[in-house]
Structure formats: C-alpha cells, structure tokens
Write a protein that binds this ligand. Structure first.
Ligand code: F6R
Length: 608
C-alpha cells in the first residue's frame, strides 16, 4: 500500500507534501517521511507513526525547498521504524519513495551488497535507490537509470525519485500501483491519489503501466521504456469533494454508519423508475449484453467479498443464474475453468485493491462475456479497466473499516441482479418486489439506528471478552461474517462467524459463559432451525445477543433480544448489517482503540 506524493514548484513544497500525505493516510499510517531538495541541498525527515508526527517536526524545522517527495507507509518488508520509513537514499543524492512490493528483493539485495552498497533498512524499496545510483554511475541520465532499474524489478511499484544533481526535477515510474501526474500553475505534482493534490492540480495525466515521467515546475514529460515520448490524455478529475470532516461525530466510522440512509439513496437514485430498473445503468450496451449471461463469477476481498456472498441468492432467484465467488487473492491461482457466457464481476470500494485488480487482469485474457466493476471511486483503475461499471456513490469512506461502502455495494448488486433479470426477461414480479424493497431501504436503515440504545446496554458485557461467535443462516451467515470482521478489526477481540447449523460440528466446544454469541434471527424460512441451534448454545451456558423479530420465539435468560424493524425479503440483509456495525463501533469505543485507523491495517490495499 502506502501513499506517495511529489511536488516541484516555484514556491516552497514542504506543507503541500505533508497535507497531501494526510489525505492519503488511508493508504497506510505506520510511518511517514519526506525529502526536500533546494539546489544541491537535501533535507530528509522520517518519523514513526502517523503523518501528524512528521508535521510536528516540520513546524519545528521549517525547511524551505522548491521540490520534494514524501511517503506514508504500510509496512510490508521490515517493521514500522524510522529506518524503514521512506524516502530511502543512495549516496546522498538519489532519493526514492515507493508503493508496491519488489518480489525479487533477496536476489537484488545480494547483488547490491556484492557491489559494495551498504543497505540501511530491511525494506525492498531501498534497493531501488541503490539500483538507480548504480545505473547512473554507468553514465546514464537519471531518467534512463530509472528505466534501466525497473527492468530488473519483479513486482508492483509506483516510484518517485529526486536526484539532487537534477535541480527541480522529479522522476516517476508506474507498474501495477496507482500513480498520476497533476498539472498546476508554475508547479506540477505526482501522487497515488488525485485527492492528495486536490485544489493544486488543474488537470491530471493518469499514468499507465510501463510509463515513466520527468517533471519540472514548467514541464511534464511522459515516456515509455525505450525513452519514446508518449501522449496521455489530459483529464479533469472532480476533486472538489467536501473536505473530509467528522461533522461533530467522534469518528469517521461513526459518521459513515449514520450516513447510510443518504448513501444508499445516492446508490439507487436515477437508476430505477416506475418499479423497474432502468436500461444500461451499467453503461452503454450492458442491457443487451446481459441477455446472454448464463453464469456469474464474483471476485472481491474482505467486506466486498461478503457483499458478493450475500447477493448470490438474489442472482440465483432473480436471474436464475449460478454464481461462483472467489477470494480475489486466490482466484487466478486455481486456474479457473471459465465456461461460456460467464460474466465477471469485481466488487471494490476503492477500485484499486491489488488482489482484485490482478484477478481482473487475469480475467481479461479469459473468455468471459465481459467485466463489470462495482466500486465507489470513479477515477479508479478498476473502473477504467472494465467493460461496464456502476458507482456506489457512497461518498468518500475514510474509516478503515468499511460500513457505507458495504451497504451501498449490496444496493448496487441488487440493481445488477435486477438488470440481468430484466435483460433475460425473467421474474418480473420478484424484480418489482426487489426494487420496492430497495427503495424502502434508507428509511428502514434509519429506523434500525433506534437499536443503539439496546446495544449500549450490552457493550460493557462484551468489551472485556476474548472471543465472540457470530451466527446466522442463509444470507445472514454472510452478514454474520461481515459483523464478525467489523468487530475483530476495530475491537481487536477475536470473532468468528458460523452458519448456525455448523455449530454442533465443532465450534460448540468454544461456547462457555465467557463467549458472547451474537445471532441474526430474521423471520424467514430458516428461523425455526436457527432457534433450535440457539437452544444448543443456551444449554451450554452461552450468552445470546439476538437481533431478530419479536415473533421469533426464544426465551433468553442470559443475554438480550433486540427487536429489528420489519423488513422486506430483499432489504433485510442490508438492514441487519447496521446493528452489527453499531455493536462493533460501540465496543471499540469502550475499549478505546484507534478505530478509524486500527492497528496493522490500511484502507486501500494496493499490494498483493
Ligand atoms: C474491512 C475492509 C476490507 C476491504 C478490503 C477490500 O472493513 O474494509 O476488508 O473491504 O480490503 O477493499 P476494496 O473494497 O477497496 O477492494
């Protein structure tokens, strides 16, 4: 992961770099650093922890310089430390920042040590700086030395380079990690995310894999691996999104939970009319192409994968289409057998997740009917690389733990199921029910916020436990999985989800008075079976926290029953997600974790 930024200007760039890093902290936040260059002088600062630590040091030191590069890190090779923080230097004149992973780092390290380089850090990234230096020593220009260096790198990278001997210049390379060039007035930039240079760059060049750039404050040169000039389209990106603010909430995650009625409204708006889904909402030609869909292959990671698992039933029922679902990180390694007329669907909040992107690239060479992306970031690589797409319109999600991204993905997936069902002319009545439920979702989500006062009563009883079990049946098992993921990532308490019927096959051994068991008991065809499973928990002394409908007949001596709003068949899974988010959030608040930026995680996972 990591976020990189570079700036060259006629004014000082220190503040620009630090502000840019702050906007990219979602990409990693275990250490940060920068290098500033003025004439031949360099100023390097690296700090452990968040960008605010770097900022504090900057205000003390107040360095002035017209060009520089900076980095916020999510450790892959080497522990988070000042030494492992970027930028990394070679010979006091080449400095680099890197996002990605260099897979052949062992062999490169050995070679560079044999060449006499003293390697300071445990990172794969430092090797890039030495290799550039090594290649430059052979008489190459800095740009050619960078191009030569990348020929020796296996893996993914976006790299920015400062050479103190090349006044006011920044060099960059991109391969499988996001990078763009921003054009300003008497200043130019490179960054992993356009938001990092929002308000500074007037237009952007989205670099493609294999592109290199050399920028000064007045000129942007983009070349290919033979040094040939390339023309990349100059694009305007709307970076005018409201500056991320908590609007009075304690955390971004809390704000994002309570924003969900509006976020879901935005995801649906303009996509249905008169109880029917509109044509081509996935892009021109999509409705025609969907007529031929016989199978669907989903790939995604984490929360986005849970969205696919939840939605499978909708596709089977509304489109009569079998679905395959893979962890994006596993998909291409199982040499999937692709049958004719299979639609490939990627789900991703960021649209940049490396595993999902790699699966998409793999799918391009297979005989899929086409590739659909469901994502929240219109400028993302996945959106650009797909045949058809839909944006979830959830607005920026800053909290590392996904909340509104998940529920809006479910809304978009239901729209996709309806679109395919309409194209195939199947199940008109069920589709009308689905759309009706979808339109009712925002108000039901709002109603479910009322559960908070009941959740508040159980928070302290859960916050001191070491393990929790989450149970559900049918699609509610996928919602339980999402609830357990949310819970563990921000509370650091181990939580595991099981289909309730699976308990007796092993996990029941975990149930004792110290294990809270959270269960989802909607009024559906499986509720009686679920209630029997929960009786098994009761008889083993387990404490049950049940979200269900009051009609679900279970008497709880230990624990609590929390009554859910009466939902429709299609929107109930979305609504049942909400109390699980609130539970995770409130328990994490009571423990006092850093819940917008939980330990060891990052929002956008751009390494494999
Ligand atoms: C969990 C979470 C992650 C992401 C996963 C995929 O709360 O946010 O599990 O869902 O890293 O990210 P995207 O959706 O950006 O591809």
């Amino acid at each position: 992961m990591c976020g990189i930024i570079g700036a060259t200007s006629s004014r000082g760039v220190g503040k620009i770099l630090v502000n840019g890093l702050k906007k990219m902290e979602y990409r990693g936040y275990d250490s940060a650093g920068l290098v500033l260059n003025q004439d031949e002088a360099v100023f390097q600062l690296r700090t452990l922890g968040k960008v605010s630590n770097l900022e504090e040091l900057m205000t003390k030191e107040r360095p002035k310089a017209n060009s520089g590069i900076a980095h916020t890190r999510w450790a892959t090779h080497g522990v988070p430390s000042e030494t492992n923080a970027h930028p990394h230097g070679s010979n006091g004149n080449i400095y680099i920042v890197h996002n990605g992973i260099i897979e052949n780092h062992d062999e490169l390290r050995e070679r560079l040590v044999n060449e006499g380089y003293e390697i300071q850090s445990q990172t794969d990234s430092e090797l890039i700086a030495h290799l550039i230096h090594f290649n430059k020593e052979k008489g190459k220009t800095t740009l050619d030395a960078l191009i030569e260096t990348t020929k020796e790198l296996d893996g993914a990278y976006s790299i920015a380079v400062i050479d103190t001997e090349e006044k006011g210049k920044i060099f960059a390379a991109k391969q499988k990690s996001p990078l763009l060039v921003g054009k300003g007035i008497e200043e130019n930039f490179i960054a992993s995310d356009p938001l990092a240079i929002a308000g500074l760059a007037e237009s952007f060049y989205l670099l493609e894999d294999g592109d290199f750039a050399e920028i000064t404050k007045d000129e942007i040169k983009i070349v290919g691996s033979n040094g040939e000039a390339l023309s990349r389209e100059e694009t305007i990106i709307d970076t005018s999104v409201k500056e991320a603010s908590k609007d009075g909430y304690k955390h971004f995650m809390e704000k994002e939970i309570y924003e969900q009625p509006q976020a879901i409204t935005n995801a649906i708006e303009g996509r249905t009319a008169d109880g029917e889904v509109l044509d081509n909402i996935f892009g021109l030609g999509s409705s025609e192409a969907f007529k031929g869909v016989k199978r669907i292959q989903f790939v995604a990671c984490g929360t986005s994968l849970h969205a696919a698992k939840t939605a499978r039933k909708w596709f089977e029922e509304l489109c009569e289409t079998p679905c395959y679902i893979d962890f994006a990180s596993e998909y291409r390694y199982r040499n999937p057998l692709v049958e004719d007329d299979t639609l490939f669907v990627c789900i991703s909040q960021s649209g940049e997740t490396a595993d999902t992107m790699a699966a998409l690239n793999y799918a391009k060479d297979e005989k899929y009917l086409g590739i659909v992306t469901i994502c929240n970031v219109p400028t993302s690589t996945m959106a650009r690389e797909s045949d058809w797409k839909i944006f979830t319109n959830a607005g920026p999600e800053i909290g590392v733990a996904s909340t509104k991204a998940f529920t809006t993905q479910l809304a978009a997936l239901l729209l996709l199921a309806c679109s395919i069902s309409k194209s195939k002319n199947l199940n008109k009545d069920k589709r009308a029910d689905a759309i009706n439920d979808l339109l009712n979702t925002p108000s039901l989500v709002k109603e479910s916020f009322g559960l908070k006062r009941h959740i508040d009563e159980i928070v302290e009883k859960i916050a001191d436990k070491k393990n929790a079990l989450y149970l559900g049946r049918g699609v509610y098992f996928s919602i339980a999985q999402e609830g357990a993921l949310k819970f563990k990532e921000i509370t650091y308490i181990h939580a595991e989800a099981y289909p309730a019927g699976e308990l007796k096959h092993g996990p029941l051994a975990l149930v004792d008075e110290m294990t809270p068991v959270v269960a989802l008991a909607p009024e559906d065809e499986l509720v009686e079976k679920l209630l029997s499973n929960l009786e098994e928990v009761k008889s083993r002394g387990g404490t049950l926290y049940i979200f269900g409908n009051a009609t679900s007949k279970i008497k709880i001596e230990k624990g609590k029953f929390m009554n859910m709003p009466k939902c429709g068949y299609y929107n109930a899974p979305i609504v049942y997600t909400i109390p699980l988010q609130i539970l995770a959030y409130e328990v994490a608040c009571s423990i006092g974790t850093d819940l917008d930026q939980p330990r060891n995680l990052a929002k956008s996972v751009t390494v494999e």
